[in-house]
Design a protein around this ligand. Structure first.
Ligand SMILES: [Fe+2]
Length: 136
C-alpha cells in the first residue's frame, strides 16, 4: 500500500506503520512463546478479505488523489479491525489475569488507534484533492 501511495505524507505514514506492525508481530510472537504457544497457526479470513479489497482497489485506474483516498479508506478498515482484535485480546488477557500480556496488547491497540488518527488527518487534504479531481 505504501508503495502505491502518491501523496508523500500518506506514503510516509504507511511506511512508518509498516515498521510498527513488524514490531507488533515480534511482540505477539514473544507473547505466544511466553504462553508456550506457537504463533502463526491461523489465517484470519476477515483480514485476508480486507487486504484483498485493498488489492482490488489498487488495480483500479483512477486519478492519483482518488486512488490515495481509496487507499486510505482501505487502510483504515484494516486499522479498525486491528483495534478491535487487539482490544478483545487485551480484555481476554486481563480476564485471565495475564496483566503483562494485556498491557502489551493494549500498547499495540493504542498504536493502531494512533495509526488510524494519522490516516484521518492525512485523509482531509487527500479527500479534498480527490473531490476537486472528480468535480463536475
Ligand atoms: Fe495497523
Amino acid at each position: 500500500m505504501a508503495a502505491a501511495a502518491s501523496d508523500p505524507t500518506l506514503r510516509t505514514s504507511l511506511e512508518r506503520h509498516l515498521d510498527q506492525t513488524r514490531v507488533q508481530a515480534q511482540r505477539l510472537e514473544s507473547l505466544f512463546l511466553e504462553l508456550d504457544g506457537a504463533p502463526g497457526g491461523h489465517t484470519c479470513q476477515a483480514m485476508r478479505g480486507l487486504i484483498a479489497e485493498g488489492d482490488a482497489w489498487l488495480r483500479q485506474t483512477a486519478p492519483a488523489a482518488v486512488r490515495d483516498a481509496g487507499l486510505i479508506a482501505c487502510a483504515q478498515r484494516v486499522e479498525h479491525y486491528e483495534i478491535s482484535a487487539y482490544g478483545t485480546a487485551a480484555a481476554l488477557a486481563a480476564t485471565l489475569r495475564l496483566h503483562h500480556h494485556a498491557e502489551l496488547l493494549r500498547f499495540s491497540e493504542r498504536e493502531e488507534q494512533d495509526a488510524d488518527l494519522t490516516l484521518s488527518a492525512v485523509a482531509t487534504p487527500v479527500n479534498r484533492a480527490a473531490a476537486q479531481t472528480t468535480a463536475v
